[in-house]
Design a protein around this ligand. Structure first.
Ligand code: AP5
Ligand code: MG
Length: 189
């Protein structure tokens, strides 16, 4: 079993590198952003609530987010047998503590945290560009800047949390997608 947290700012390449990890390691991918966007598309109550936070570049409250993650894990117990890539979770210290609890209750834990580090200026360029193509409602310059600020305030402290546990693998997140993936593989093997 291999549980990987793919960690980094908005636009750092978490989704992009997750796809390559899935191919190589046959893991189950949980992107909390994708889970929430699926709910907003289907117009569920959760989706409506989530949308108000996402469009402001703010985080969904921890308690709600932790419940969502627990139910995704339970729903996909079989597919998650080989391990999980957690993409976009945890994003706060309480979420990281909850993940430790949830995994230990299931007899496992986090094995690696892949930290993609990319300068803020490059994040903005990438996300503005994606906004022009994808139409993701939070990919406009104003919201992008808020998301990056939220990352620095609430999410970046997790780097130290995982360094203290010896799990943080720093990866330079700039350069080619394949080159970055090679560095990730080296860090994991
Ligand atoms: P989420 O969906 O997780 O978005 P995000 O963290 O803002 O990150 P992105 O998905 O935009 O970027 P990414 O790192 O996946 O990069 P990607 O590979 O796409 O969360 C959205 C919202 O949901 C949050 O703001 C929050 O409201 C809510 N939420 C989600 N999880 C939550 C939680 N746990 N708690 C509370 N709230 C939560 O790449 C970005 C772009 O760059 C792409 O166009 C890609 O093609 C390009 N790119 C990738 N790699 C490279 C490269 N090496 N060189 C050049 N371009 C590249
Ligand atoms: Mg993503």
């Amino acid at each position: 079993m291999l549980n990987i947290v793919i960690f980094g700012a908005p636009g750092s390449g978490k989704g992009t590198q997750s796809e390559k990890l899935i191919e190589n390691y046959h893991l189950f991918h949980i992107s909390t952003g994708d889970v929430l966007r699926d709910h907003t598309r289907r117009g569920t109550e959760l989706g409506k609530t989530a949308r108000t936070y996402m469009d402001q570049g703010q985080l969904i409250p921890d308690e709600l987010m932790i419940d969502i993650l627990a139910s995704v894990l339970d729903e996909h117990r079989d597919e998650a047998k080989n391990g999980v890539i957690f993409d976009g979770f945890p994003r706060t210290i309480p979420q990281a503590e909850a993940l430790e609890r949830m995994l230990s209750e299931r007899g496992t834990g986090v094995h690696h945290v892949v930290g993609l580090e990319v300068p803020d200026e490059e994040l903005v360029v990438r996300l503005v560009k994606r906004g022009q193509l994808s139409g993701r409602s939070d990919d406009n310059e104003e919201t992008i800047k808020k998301r990056i600020a939220v990352y620095h305030n609430l999410t970046a402290p997790l780097k130290e949390f995982y360094q203290e546990r010896g799990l943080y693998r720093l990866i330079r997140g700039t350069g080619t997608i394949d080159g970055i993936f090679e560095d990730i593989k080296k860090a994991l093997d």
